[in-house]
Design a protein around this ligand. Structure first.
Ligand SMILES: [Zn+2]
Length: 136
């Protein structure tokens, strides 16, 4: 399974982590799922998410019913680029994305499956137009 992030998504993940620091940032990831590939092309701020509420306070009950949700991204102000046991117990969707402090480059982003195994990912240019994103 290869994960592709549109560049604007990767940038949003890094910038939201940076602006939430020293708290955790949480973003919902939307995209398209294909056989051996997931393209993440949109991010959403989850309902009720506020700075100061970490992923540990985040509960699936707040999630909208949205078939395009492929997973959740959250930041680790500790700088540890791997999921905690708690994270894995609250795995939602197909992928878990973790951004580790200092949130400076794409190498501070890691993608994991529900077993905590790292998945390969790459950053691709944004694929406009908007109609394409709405088509599923
Ligand atoms: Zn975590």
């Amino acid at each position: 399974m290869l994960i592709r992030f549109e560049q604007s998504v990767a940038d949003s993940v890094l910038s939201s982590a940076l602006s939430a620091y020293p708290n955790e940032a949480i973003l919902l990831l939307r995209g398209k799922v294909e056989k051996e590939m997931i393209l993440v092309n949109d991010v959403l701020i989850p309902p009720l998410a506020t700075h100061g509420r970490g992923f540990s306070d985040f509960r699936g009950i707040m999630l909208p019913m949205d078939l395009r949700l492929v997973g959740v991204a959250h930041s680790h102000p500790s700088g540890v680029l791997r999921p905690s046991t708690h994270d894995l117990n609250h795995f939602y969707g197909r992928i878990m994305v973790i951004t580790a402090y200092p949130y400076q480059s794409y190498s501070d982003i890691g993608v994991f499956n529900s077993h905590g195994e790292r998945l390969p990912h790459e950053i691709v240019p944004d694929q406009n137009p908007q109609e394409d994103k709405e088509f599923l």
